[in-house]
Write a protein that binds this ligand. Structure first.
Ligand code: TMP
Length: 252
């Protein structure tokens, strides 16, 4: 497919104009960053794995009636998505304490929380995506009260879906981040899960061993990031074709 004009380049993805109005092509790069891009590397194959994994989760969400921006995967690194206006919030859901919450509140990583806790960060790299409250969100007009009710509902449904899918393959969903987009349909607008859902934006621990299978492997120098992501893909049965040894074939 002829590629449209580049619209935006982020840390892990590039967005191009899609083939039809209202569509966008999302290209997954191999770049990995952490700590607001203070730590960077190029990790061969990460983009391919995240494209597949994000497709898998978005398709699953669509199937259970949680709306997402995902339309279809185009190739190893690209997917077609509906264009939407991203609400400038990172919506984080936590089931177990880890990362910034453990630091901020002095709770040991891995401690189960009494219930899922939803946090919001204002998406602004220059400020380092600061934690904000619903008061800030309402006062600065980043989202309405109705949006916030819908966002909370979406976030908790994604949490139930992802926790269940992961539990089924022996992985504990510690926490994750999603982004929400506004899609306009005539005079109406609705909110959809946008951006990506991948081990870049989740914390995933093996239930038996506690082994980390997410971007903390890169953030904390714990080994091979692609091995970790490939393990998640393998367990879910979404290994990309052409990666790894092919199955023996019968020769007549
Ligand atoms: P945190 O504990 O560092 O705040 O991260 C919470 C979750 O959000 C974790 O699953 C990783 C994810 N995350 C992102 O997707 N992007 C980010 O920029 C950060 C800081 C975290």
């Amino acid at each position: 497919m002829a590629r449209g004009k580049k619209i935006y380049e982020g840390k892990a993805k590039i967005l191009f104009e899609g083939p039809e109005p209202g569509t966008i092509v999302q290209y997954f790069k191999d770049d990995a960053t952490a700590f607001n891009a203070e730590k960077k590397d190029v990790i061969d194959g990460k983009g391919v794995l995240n494209n597949r994994l994000s497709e898998y989760f978005m398709v699953g969400l669509n199937q259970i009636g949680v709306p997402t921006h995902f339309l279809k995967r185009l190739n190893m690194r690209e997917q077609l998505v509906r264009s939407c206006e991203i609400i400038p919030l990172e919506v984080i859901v936590r089931n177990f304490a880890a990362g910034s919450m453990s630091k901020r509140l002095g709770i040991e990583e891995g401690t189960q929380l009494p219930r899922p806790i939803v946090e919001y960060c204002y998406k602004d790299d220059a400020l380092g995506d600061p934690l904000v409250t619903e008061e800030h969100i309402a006062a600065f007009g980043w989202a309405t009260q109705q949006d916030m009710d819908d966002i909370l509902g979406l976030a908790l449904r994604v949490n139930d879906y992802l926790s269940g899918v992961m539990y089924g393959v022996g992985i504990k969903l510690i926490d994750f981040k999603i982004e929400i987009g506004r899609v306009y349909e005539g005079d109406f607008q609705r909110l959809v899960v946008a951006d990506e859902i991948s081990p870049d934006s989740c914390r995933l621990w093996d239930i038996e061993t506690g082994q980390k299978l997410d971007k903390d492997v890169f953030r904390r120098d714990l080994g091979s990031l692609t091995d970790a992501y490939a393990e998640v893909a393998r367990r879910l049965g979404v290994m990309p074709k052409n990666s790894g040894p092919s199955k023996p074939t019968l020769v007549n």
